[in-house]
Write a protein that binds this ligand. Structure first.
Ligand SMILES: Cc1ncc(COP(=O)(O)O)c(C=O)c1O
Length: 373
């Protein structure tokens, strides 16, 4: 089987270092918010090129905490995308924000021109949660211009895009806050749930450290209604020793596979959703758009050859049942996002694919002849 993620192969690769980290934490007798979390936060901030990293329990909480630390008030509108993991919108709703959905462009990322037009029409919007989807950074210069032109407070959702950049600007360095996830499938995935918030603002970092720990500003002094969303010492140690040092090599492997797919897959019924440069994306996923009504057929064709694919995402966030309860707006009909919901299919692109496996995916894509009857 050619999997979307091959955790067993990954384990063979990281086992020795991961087990060493577990031994060290076990022997330390200290499991919550200690030296391991501090050391991982420092290493992550260095990797990211920002001043502060704050480990959290997961990526969802990092979005909520980020918005609350930027002083979002209940009822504040927050621009965001209808095409993402549900957690992006859930973080906004949990912080008390009202999501305002703007359609995506042909890359699947939120359409920044449509955002600009909307911000001109509605000057009550002060918050923005853009998502760097599929590993591909949004147009960073335009994001920075939007932030300054409309005095936006921005939490960049970088759960899928650690290490990505566009025009020489890294994802997660334009907003006041970046939020990321170490969910196991992510490019930097933990052996369980974990996440982080990144910022250059020392006051935001301090507020986030308090908010992840019950809103505690000093021992037994609670100044906010916080969360219990602490990164564990164990996850921090494993991430720092076994995963973060491999991230660049793993990203390079993803890029090599992406290049082969882009160069060698040729099928008129498949369209790529590719950035202008292979090197800009960190290829969390390799999305394709399958001709109308043929996705299930193509997925079945690949499955018959032992190739596992994914769909990101089959249902738009505003169409989820849970949203019947919350307050939100569609700024426009999300026609482009709907094309992705109906036609997107992700090919395997994890870093442990072998060359014959990549060749097998390419051959299977090229020999698919859709049955249009
Ligand atoms: C774009 C995006 N945002 C947020 C999240 C939430 O991260 P977590 O699962 O760690 O809460 C995810 C991961 O599922 C994601 O893909």
């Amino acid at each position: 089987m050619i999997l979307q993620n091959d955790f067993k192969r990954q384990w063979e690769f990281v086992e020795e270092r991961a087990v060493g980290a577990v031994r060290r934490v076990g022997a330390s007798g200290w499991f919550i918010l200690g030296l391991e979390v501090e050391a991982f936060e420092k290493a992550l901030a260095e990797f990211w090129g920002v001043a502060h990293a704050v480990g959290t329990g997961n990526g969802l909480d990092a979005i909520e905490i980020g918005l609350r630390c930027l002083k979002l008030q209940p009822g504040d509108k927050v621009l965001t995308t209808p095409l993402s993991a549900f957690a992006t919108t859930l973080g906004i709703l949990r912080a008390g924000g009202v999501p305002v959905f703007v359609d995506v462009n042909t890359t699947g990322g939120i359409d920044l021109q449509q955002c600009r037009d909307l911000l001109k029409r509605d000057n009550s919007i002060r918050f923005f949660v853009p998502v760097h989807l599929y590993g591909c950074a949004l147009e960073m210069e335009e994001l920075a211009r939007l932030k300054s032109d409309f005095e936006l407070r921005v939490v960049e959702d970088c759960a899928q895009s650690i290490g990505a950049s566009r025009g020489g600007i890294r994802a997660g360095t334009v907003g006041q806050v970046a939020a990321t996830s170490f969910y196991p499938t992510k490019n930097l995935g933990a052996l369980g749930d974990a996440g982080a918030l990144l910022t250059n603002d020392a006051a935001v970092a301090e507020a986030a450290r308090s908010m992840r720990n019950y809103g505690q500003s000093a021992h037994y002094v609670h100044s906010e209604f916080g969360l219990n969303s602490r990164l564990d010492e164990l996850h921090a140690a494993i991430l720092r020793d076994a995963f973060l040092p491999n991230l660049t090599t793993w990203t390079d492997a993803r890029r090599r596979t992406a290049k082969k797919y882009l160069d060698r897959i040729e099928n008129p019924s498949l369209q790529f959703v590719a950035p202008s440069s292979v090197m800009d994306s960190v290829w969390h996923l390799f999305p394709t758009l399958v001709a109308r009504g043929l996705r299930e057929q193509f997925q079945g064709h690949l499955r018959a050859r032992g190739i596992v694919t994914g769909v990101h995402y089959p249902r738009l966030i505003p169409e989820q049942t849970a949203l019947k309860k919350g307050a939100w707006h569609n700024a426009m009909d999300p026609v482009n996002a709907r094309r992705f919901a109906q036609g997107e299919l992700s090919l395997p692109i994890h870093p442990f694919l072998t060359e014959p496996e990549v060749d097998a995916v390419i051959a299977a894509c090229n020999d698919w002849k859709p049955d249009q009857s």
